[in-house]
Design a protein around this ligand. Structure first.
Ligand SMILES: [Zn+2]
Length: 290
């Protein structure tokens, strides 16, 4: 199972990936975690990444790909992986395909955790944390209850919203994400790899959907059939001899007259005959006597 996981902030992507990891025993590989880990361990790649980050530059795609490649060589990634946070654009997607191809481990599916923008806003803007006990709540999905008392044992939490959880900031974050991801979605859809999972609903239902999407991993049957058709069509037009033959043959071909067509033709003729005769009668006015 080799998949790329796509999903907006607040889509529940992280939670679902974690479950998939536990159940299937394949690691979740997040490019962000890989970078932080490499920097912390001071590996060769980590030192290079840190230099770029300290200089305020973006870490190059090559470096991230090298980190992913190194991570995939570890034994736990033998049976697959869930890639998260990479690729973020077409260039990265193409580089990733190339790298995985060279390893003989192509992606089976790209799973999009789909949540509509309104619900995302609701989930993200509902986040509150208590200034006294430090608990994190969500007014919509996990509000304070009897199991989550504050320091004084009551329900009187001092709920605050973080500045980056404000509606304006979140809307901006979601827009940036959508603009970034749209081309990627199209790219993978064209390759027949995209699986869209409805990520609305409770965690268990969404996980069931994710599981069945992953089971169907690999190009969908209709996509495979289309790819074959495209290849056959391309082969046909590519062969100049065949093309020449085809053009030569064309003028000679005529659609054979079937029984049904023949009958129709007769009917049509009869009808038109009738019509003309009627008109003829009408036109033939009785002559005025002289
Ligand atoms: Zn509290």
């Amino acid at each position: 199972m080799r998949i790329v996981l796509l999903g907006a902030p607040g889509s529940g992507k992280g939670t679902q990936a974690q479950r998939l990891t536990e159940l299937r025993g394949v690691p979740q590989i997040s490019s962000g975690d890989l970078l932080r880990d490499a920097v912390a361990r001071g590996t060769d790649l980590g030192i290079r990444a840190k230099a770029a980050m300290d200089a305020g530059e973006l870490v190059s795609d090559d470096l991230v790909l090298a980190l992913i490649r190194e991570r995939l060589s570890r034994p736990d990634a033998l049976h697959g992986f869930i890639l998260d946070g990479f690729p973020r654009n077409i260039t990265q997607a193409e580089a990733l395909t190339k790298m995985l191809g060279s390893l003989g481990q192509p992606i089976d599916a790209v799973v999009l955790m789909d949540v509509d923008a309104g619900s995302l806003m609701k989930r993200l803007t509902g986040r509150r944390n208590c200034a006294r006990c430090g608990r994190v709540f969500n007014l919509h999905t996990s509000p304070p209850n009897a199991d989550t008392p504050c320091v004084d044992g009551t329900q009187n939490h001092d709920l605050r919203q973080r500045p980056d959880d404000r509606e304006e900031t979140i809307r901006n974050r979601l827009e940036v994400y959508a603009a970034q991801t749209r081309p990627l979605i199209d790219h993978y859809r064209n390759l027949g790899l995209l699986r869209v999972v409805d990520a609305q609903g409770d965690v268990d239902t969404v996980f069931e959907r994710l599981e069945s999407a992953v089971k169907r991993a690999g190009p969908a049957r209709s996509q495979r059939r289309m790819a074959t058709r495209r290849r056959t069509a391309a082969k046909r037009t590519r062969s100049p001899r065949r093309q020449a033959k085809k053009t030569a043959r064309r003028p000679l071909r005529r659609k054979p007259v079937t029984q049904k067509r023949a009958v129709k033709k007769t009917q049509r003729t009869r009808a038109s005959v009738k019509r003309t005769s009627k008109r003829g009668v009408k036109r033939a006015r009785p002559r005025r006597p002289k």
